[in-house]
Design a protein around this ligand. Structure first.
Ligand SMILES: [Zn+2]
Length: 294
C-alpha cells in the first residue's frame, strides 16, 4: 500500500453541507488513516459573496459532529479569517498569475457565458469580446493539450483526452480574483498535498488543474499528487448537490440523528462489508482497492 504524506478536506463554504459532503469527509479521513497521511483542512473562501459566516460555522460543527480530526489548518471560523483565509495568500496567487502571464500562457477574454453559448461553444472565446475594450476581461489559458496524464489511486498513471469543456480555463476572473482552479493548485502545492480525494464531479477539473500546474516549474509538483475520485451521492438519479438542498447535515444534526447513523449510511454508500458506526470502524472496514479503477 503506498504511503502518502498529506491529504486535504477542502470545502467551499458557499452553502450548508449535505450528506454527500459528509461522506466525502469520512472517506478522506479514513484514507488518511490507512495511508499514514496527515489531514489539512483548507477552506476555499475566495468568493466573498458566497462564503458566509453561517456556512463556516456549519463546516466546523459538522466536522465536530462527525468526529473527524484534522492536523493542519484553521481550528475555528475565526481562525480562518485570522490565519488561513485564501485572502491572506493573494500574493502567492498573484505571483503565479504573473509568471503565467509573462511566459505567454494567458490571454484576456471578456466573453460571457451567454456569448459562448450563442456561439455554440461550451468553452473558449469567440474572439469578438476583445473588440469591446471597455469590458473587464478574465484571463484564460490559451493552449490545451490533446491528452493529459493523471496519477490515479493507488499508483497508476493513465492518459486521457483533455476535456473540451476545460479548454481556455479561467485562471483570473473578471473581478480580478484568482479562479478556484488557480487557487486550488497553488494551495495544494504550497501545503504539500499528495493525495487528493474528491467527488467524481471534479474529474474534468482535476485534468484541467493538472494542465495548469504543468505550465510552471513552481507548480509542477502537483502532477505527482495521487487522485481518488469517489462516486457521488445521487437521489433519483440526480446529483445530490448543495443547490438542491437535500438533507443538509445541519438539519440531520438538529433532528437528533446520531453520528453512527451517518457512518452507517456512508458504509452502505461506499460498499463496505459491514456498517461502521465511527471513523475507526469505517477505516478498518474500508477496502480502498475498490476505488482503484475510479
Ligand atoms: Zn472572449
Amino acid at each position: 500500500m503506498p504511503a502518502f504524506s498529506k491529504t486535504r478536506i477542502a470545502p467551499t463554504p458557499s452553502g450548508f453541507l449535505h450528506l454527500g459532503n459528509a461522506f466525502s469527509f469520512i472517506l478522506t479521513a479514513a484514507m488518511a488513516r490507512l495511508h499514514g497521511a496527515s489531514i489539512l483542512l483548507r477552506v476555499d473562501d475566495l468568493d466573498k459573496e458566497r462564503c458566509r459566516q453561517a456556512y463556516l460555522d456549519d463546516l466546523f460543527d459538522t466536522l465536530l459532529f462527525l468526529d473527524i480530526p484534522w492536523d493542519e489548518g484553521p481550528r475555528s471560523p475565526k481562525d480562518v479569517y485570522d490565519r488561513f483565509s485564501q485572502h491572506l495568500r493573494l500574493d502567492q496567487y498573484e505571483t503565479v498569475l504573473s509568471q503565467l502571464h509573462q511566459a505567454g500562457f494567458l490571454f484576456p477574454c471578456a466573453c460571457s457565458r451567454s456569448d459562448l453559448a450563442n456561439a455554440g461553444l461550451n468553452s473558449g472565446c469567440t474572439g469578438k469580446c476583445l473588440e469591446k475594450t471597455a469590458q473587464a476581461a478574465a484571463w484564460k489559458i490559451a493552449d490545451s493539450p490533446e491528452t493529459i496524464e493523471i496519477l490515479s489511486y493507488p499508483s497508476r498513471f493513465s492518459t486521457y483526452p483533455f476535456p473540451t469543456a476545460m479548454k481556455h480555463l479561467v485562471v483570473k476572473k473578471k473581478d480580478g480574483f484568482p479562479s478556484y482552479h488557480l487557487a486550488s493548485v497553488v494551495d495544494d502545492v504550497f501545503f504539500g498535498v499528495d493525495l487528493i480525494v474528491r467527488g467524481a464531479d471534479l474529474w474534468e477539473s482535476s485534468l484541467a488543474q493538472l494542465h495548469l500546474s504543468s505550465l510552471l516549474p513552481t507548480t509542477r509538483a502537483f502532477a505527482h499528487a495521487t487522485f481518488l475520485h469517489h462516486p457521488l451521492l445521487t437521489e433519483d438519479g440526480q446529483k445530490l448537490s448543495k443547490s438542491a438542498g437535500h438533507n443538509p447535515i445541519r438539519q440531520l444534526r438538529q433532528t437528533a440523528l446520531h453520528r453512527k447513523e451517518i457512518y452507517q449510511q456512508a458504509s452502505r454508500f461506499f460498499g463496505l462489508e459491514a456498517e461502521a458506526t465511527n471513523l475507526r470502524e469505517f477505516t478498518d472496514l474500508l477496502d480502498p482497492t475498490r476505488f482503484a479503477s475510479l
